[in-house]
Design a binder for this molecule. Structure first.
Ligand code: PLP
Length: 396
């Protein structure tokens, strides 16, 4: 078995055992963590403990349960900042959401719409997740109704790799560019989108909003290193409960994010679960989670490249030094040359694999055949990937 999978096996096995839904097996292999991740026992216990000891509303009452809930929500905000490697926690803010979609809409409607003036330009991705395109277009429509004309430009991609194209981007960015939306890891191609290069091209002053739905919880995170202004992520893809997510806002460029309207009662149990999930991820080690999931995805990519009937989307070549596949994270999407992706999804389930097969909410993907997407997390194993490859080979 290739490094680092062999080295990490004894680290990974007890961690896998901490996921009750997985440990309850044997059952079909869960290979759809890009949609939502499974939850470790520690997260479930934290929620159970909260709901059975101090459940109350946050920021309202002054009795002990209410105070404990308020403190738990505040602690979770601090935890998010720490987890993201926030270098200036006193200047930044964290706003909890139901997931990345709501987070991106919050940045769009509660922050970007106020910033823009007539003739301003924004640069956004047209082939990433729909959630990272629709809100920016909504801002354009909203402002157009007020007589303010915004130009929306496409963040360009390099052919074949699924990555952004910094050279083409340089031609798109101009003196009226006020904002860039980008994605950290692509939800179909699995590519690390090299956002630091986007920053190099747009210069130090243009705010960047990063959709980190597929990277938070999978890779060590450093907002300082990425030099972005907003990080939006889904808690539920980072081992927390469904209906959780957050927006981190640096507050260094432009006005501060002030989520508008009456937010009402927050998802306190979900927020507690997010704190616990981030604790679990830190204890497990995001560097090792990254090494494990990247190696599993690379093994699947390499195995598929030897099977003639399949086409891997995005970076597809081998693990040779300098190959784009080294930047592939925990996601591999592919098509069979003759079997429709939706059918392949059903066939794979009948062989014991839960994968996603459609167009994965990709903006501009249309109603075509889509692809089969396999996405892994810390609980997945080499044996699951090998068994999947054996099944895929039998369907050649
Ligand atoms: N952005 C990316 C890259 C995603 O993969 C997803 C979900 O798949 C989203 C945004 C939307 O996240 P949520 O379902 O938490 O709203």
């Amino acid at each position: 078995m290739a490094e680092p999978l062999e080295e990490l096996r004894s680290w990974q096995r007890p961690l896998r055992a901490q996921f009750p839904i997985i440990a309850a097996g044997p059952g079909p292999a869960y290979l759809d963590s890009a949609a939502t991740a499974q939850k470790p026992r520690a997260v479930l216990d934290a929620v159970q403990h909260y709901l059975t000891t101090t459940n109350a509303n946050a920021g309202r009452g002054s009795y002990p349960w209410a105070n404990a809930t308020t403190a738990a929500v505040e602690r979770a905000g601090t935890r998010v900042k720490e987890f993201l490697g926030d270098p200036e926690p006193d200047r930044s803010s964290v706003h909890f959401t139901s997931g990345a979609s709501q987070g991106l809409r919050t940045v769009a409607l509660d922050w970007l719409a106020e910033l823009l003036g007539d003739g301003d330009e924004i640069v956004v991705p047209f082939a990433d997740h729909e959630a990272n395109l629709a809100p920016w277009l909504e801002v354009r429509e909203l402002l157009a109704r007020q007589g303010v004309r915004i130009v929306v430009r496409e963040l360009p991609y390099q052919d074949g790799s699924g990555d952004y194209d910094p050279v083409a981007l340089a031609a798109v960015v101009g003196p009226r560019t006020r904002f860039v939306a980008a994605t950290h890891v692509h939800h179909v191609y699995g590519a690390d989108m090299n956002v630091h290069r986007v920053r190099e091209v747009v210069g130090p002053d243009v705010p960047i909003c990063l959709d980190a739905a597929q990277s938070v919880g999978h890779v060590p995170f450093s907002v300082a290193g990425l030099d972005v202004d907003f990080v939006v992520f889904s808690g539920h893809k980072a081992l927390a409960l469904p209906g959780t997510g957050a927006v981190w806002a640096r507050g260094r460029r432009g006005p501060r994010l002030r989520p508008g309207g009456w937010a009402g009662t927050p998802n306190t149990a979900g927020i507690v679960s997010l704190s616990a999930a981030l604790d679990w991820l830190d204890a497990a080690g995001t560097d090792r989670i990254e090494a494990w999931t990247v190696a599993l995805a690379a093994r699947l990519t390499d195995g598929l490249s030897r099977l003639e009937s399949y086409e891997v989307l995005g970076c597809r070549s081998s693990l040779a030094a300098g190959s784009a596949v080294q930047r592939r994270r925990s996601i591999v999407a592919f098509r069979h040359h003759r079997i429709a992706s939706r059918d392949l999804g059903f066939i794979l389930y009948s062989h014991g694999f839960m994968v996603r097969s459609d167009s994965h909410c990709q903006a501009g993907a249309g109603a075509g055949d889509g692809s089969v997407r396999v996405s892994v997390h810390v609980y997945n194993t080499v044996e699951e990937i090998e068994a999947l490859l054996t099944t895929l080979a039998s369907l050649q």
